[in-house]
Write a protein that binds this ligand. Structure first.
Ligand SMILES: O=C(O)CCC(=O)C(=O)O
Length: 287
């Protein structure tokens, strides 16, 4: 097997065949990714028209990666990216005229709060919770992601369980288990700009001279093409890089969920610090 090939298939399971007991036993307890199909079937189309009519005038942070950033070694990045604020309507215009693709502008992880869009997405998210037993991780709720085809969201992991639901277009998700993280060369704590849950490597343009252990890590890559209507469960600590496929825009929604059982944190100690950090930030916000 070449290092570029995926090492295994992430299973696909219909939401109708999932119960909280089965999901917990087969996936959450083991920390195993799974694609859940059918959960979004009853949700009205979540496309540019829906965004414009429901949240068009909402001001949102936009990640600006800029031209050239992805041509430089990540180790030279000083920050993850810049951000700016635009209305959703203005961002959609940049998607339409190609500027978002050219300048790598990404409407990323925008919490939907009490917006009308949240009401539309709500039943699908509730169905996922009901069939999996996943419990919402406070204070974060439901987050919107909209971007141009071709965008690659860099390789990282999260400090909680997550689901990524695909509403428009297809995303190619590359997954790596937490156990092989040394081969993905996390940024060192001393870097300052990027935290250790981000990887320094490019998995599709590997530099084996600088990162020799990457060759072995690539054998563990699992690739999912997440198409509209599907939801990917990404367990705590799993590394993921997400590429939006095609030339059209892409629209997804994610949510973070409580990790259960809690001992999974002990099995992924590198993710525990993110959990501790988010608890600390929560406490800071409250005080
Ligand atoms: O869809 C993306 O671009 C990134 C999503 C992500 O990182 C997540 O759901 O944890």
């Amino acid at each position: 097997m070449s290092p570029q090939q995926d090492s295994g298939q992430v299973p696909r399971v219909s939401i109708q065949d999932l119960t909280p007991a089965r999901f917990h036993r087969d996936f959450q307890r083991k920390g195993t990714p799974v694609v859940i199909t059918g959960a979004l079937d009853a949700t009205p189309a979540l496309n540019i028209d829906a965004l414009l009519s429901h949240v068009g005038q909402m001001g949102v942070p936009i990640r600006c990666y800029g031209t050239g950033r992805f041509d430089r070694p990540k180790a030279q990045w000083k920050t993850y990216c810049e951000t700016t604020t635009l209305t959703v309507a203005d961002y959609c215009a940049l998607l339409d005229n190609g500027v978002a693709a050219r300048d790598h502008l990404y409407l990323a992880m925008v919490e939907m709060g009490q917006t009308p869009l949240r009401q539309i997405i709500g039943p699908a998210i509730d169905a996922i919770a009901a069939h999996t037993g996943l419990v919402r991780r406070l204070p974060n709720d439901v987050n919107l992601w909209v971007g141009p085809g071709g965008h690659v969201e860099p390789l990282h992991y999260d400090g909680q369980d997550g689901t990524l639901s695909q509403f428009h277009g297809t995303k190619r998700v590359s997954l790596f288990p937490p156990s092989i993280q040394a081969g993905l060369y996390p940024f060192p704590l001393s870097h300052g700009g990027l935290t250790p849950n981000f990887s320094q490597v490019y998995i599709d343009q590997p530099d084996f001279d600088t990162y020799p252990k990457l060759a072995q890590a690539l054998h563990h890559r699992q690739i999912v093409e997440l198409t509209a209507g599907e939801t990917l469960y990404i367990p705590l600590g799993w590394w993921h890089e997400i590429e939006s496929l095609g030339n059209d825009y892409i629209c997804s929604v994610n949510r973070f969920w409580k990790v259960a059982p809690l001992w999974r944190y002990a099995c992924t100690p590198q993710a525990s610090y993110l959990y501790a950090l988010s608890r600390w930030r929560q406490r800071q916000r409250r005080s």
